[in-house]
Design a protein around this ligand. Structure first.
Ligand code: XMP
Length: 310
C-alpha cells in the first residue's frame, strides 16, 4: 500500500467532508486515536478540536504526558477532567460487562456529548480500524466506536457525521501512517491499551485506592518488560486476598497478576517465556507496593483466556 497517497487522500477527503464545519476527536493516547488526531489536524487545523478525557482509569501520568506530547507537535489538546463521572458510575459494580457498559455510557452519554455540544462540532472522528469492524461484525469484540457498522446512524439519530479515516487499515498500517505523520516512536510503537483502561485490569470493585495499586504495578511492569519486545504486558489486581507475612506480622494482602503475551493481532496469544531473573525482579518490586504481598505470572494462552481480565 502507498501510505503517502493514503495520507494525502484522507486529508483531502476530510477537508471535503467537513468544509467549513468543526470536527472533534477524543484522543486516548493510543496509536489509532493519535493518528486520527494528527490526520485531522493536518486536514483541518483550527477547525479540528482534540480532547483528552481523564476518566480516572489512566496509567501513571498519562493525561499530562499526552497533552504535552501533542502540544509539542503543535496540536492543542483540551484536557477534560471527568474522573468523578466515571468513578461515580463504577461505584459498587463488580460484574465485568456492567463495568464496561458503565464506562461506555459515561463516556458517550455524559462526557463526550457535553464536549461535542460545547465545541459546536458536527463531525466526530473515530479511530476505528479494519480489525475492529471485522471483530464486531463477527461478534468477537464488544466495540462501540463503529456506530454505523452496527446499525446506528448518528446523523439521523443525533445529527452528527462520523469520520473514520482508518477504517481500511490494520494495526501495522496505522503504525506506518503514524511514522509518516512524524508521530514519535512512543506513539507509533506503543503497545495496545484497551479503551476501558485500567478498569479491565481490576477484578471486582474499581475504587481510587484499587486504581492506585494497579497503576503503580502497571508502571513497574511496563518499565521492566519494555525491553522484551512482547506484544503486550501489564498488571492485574485480583479481588481475592492472600495471607502473607511482613515485619513478623501476618497480613491479608492483595494479589497482583503479571501478564505478558506474544501475539500477532490479539486474536490468539501465548504467554511470553520470560527469564526467571526477570520474573523475580518484577515480583520483588511489586510486593513492595503497599498492601500487596503476592505476585503471580499468568501462563494462560488465548483461548481459553482473553488478554484482559475484565
Ligand atoms: P481480549 O481481552 O478481548 O483483548 O482478549 C484483545 C485485545 O484487545 C484489547 N482490548 C480492547 N481494546 N477496547 C479496546 O480498544 C476494549 O474495550 C478492549 N478490550 C480489550 C486488549 O488489550 C487486547 O490487546
Amino acid at each position: 500500500m502507498d501510505y503517502k497517497k493514503f495520507v494525502a487522500d484522507q486529508v483531502a477527503e476530510i477537508r471535503a467532508a467537513v468544509g467549513d464545519g468543526i470536527a472533534i476527536n477524543a484522543l486516548s493516547g493510543g496509536v489509532d486515536s493519535s493518528v486520527v488526531s494528527a490526520l485531522g489536524h493536518r486536514a483541518l487545523g483550527k477547525q479540528m478540536k482534540t480532547i483528552f478525557v481523564d476518566n480516572a482509569l489512566m496509567r501513571e501520568d498519562e493525561p499530562r504526558r499526552v497533552v504535552d506530547l501533542f502540544g509539542a507537535m503543535g496540536i492543542p489538546v483540551d484536557l477534560i477532567d471527568a474522573r468523578k463521572d466515571f468513578l461515580t458510575a463504577l461505584k459498587g459494580l463488580t460484574d465485568p460487562e456492567e463495568k464496561r457498559q458503565a464506562i461506555t455510557d459515561t463516556f458517550y452519554a455524559k462526557v463526550f456529548v457535553r464536549c461535542v455540544k460545547k465545541s459546536k462540532a458536527t463531525f466526530l472522528f473515530h479511530g476505528t480500524i479494519l480489525t475492529d469492524i471485522e471483530e464486531t461484525v463477527a461478534g468477537i469484540k464488544r466495540q462501540h466506536n463503529i456506530l454505523e457498522q452496527i446499525g446506528i446512524n448518528p446523523e439521523k439519530q443525533y445529527g452528527y457525521k462520523v469520520l473514520e479515516p482508518l477504517k481500511t487499515l490494520r494495526k501495522d498500517g496505522v503504525r506506518e501512517v503514524a511514522r509518516l505523520l512524524g508521530l514519535p516512536k512512543e506513539v507509533s510503537e506503543r503497545i495496545p491499551f484497551p479503551g476501558p483502561a485500567l478498569a479491565t485490569r481490576i477484578v471486582g470493585d474499581v475504587t481510587e485506592a484499587r486504581l492506585a495499586t494497579v497503576r503503580a504495578a502497571t508502571a513497574i511492569v511496563e518499565e521492566e518488560l519494555a525491553s522484551t519486545g512482547a506484544f503486550q504486558y501489564f498488571a492485574v489486581l485480583l479481588s481475592d486476598r492472600a495471607t502473607g507475612i511482613r515485619n513478623n506480622r501476618r497480613e491479608f494482602g492483595q494479589i497482583i497478576v503479571v501478564r505478558c503475551i506474544e501475539s500477532k493481532d490479539a486474536r490468539e496469544a501465548t504467554a511470553t517465556r520470560l527469564s526467571w531473573d526477570k520474573l523475580e525482579r518484577v515480583c520483588q518490586r511489586i510486593v513492595q507496593l503497599p498492601d500487596v504481598n503476592r505476585c503471580l505470572y499468568d501462563l494462560t494462552p488465548k483461548p481459553p483466556a482473553t488478554v484482559e481480565y475484565v
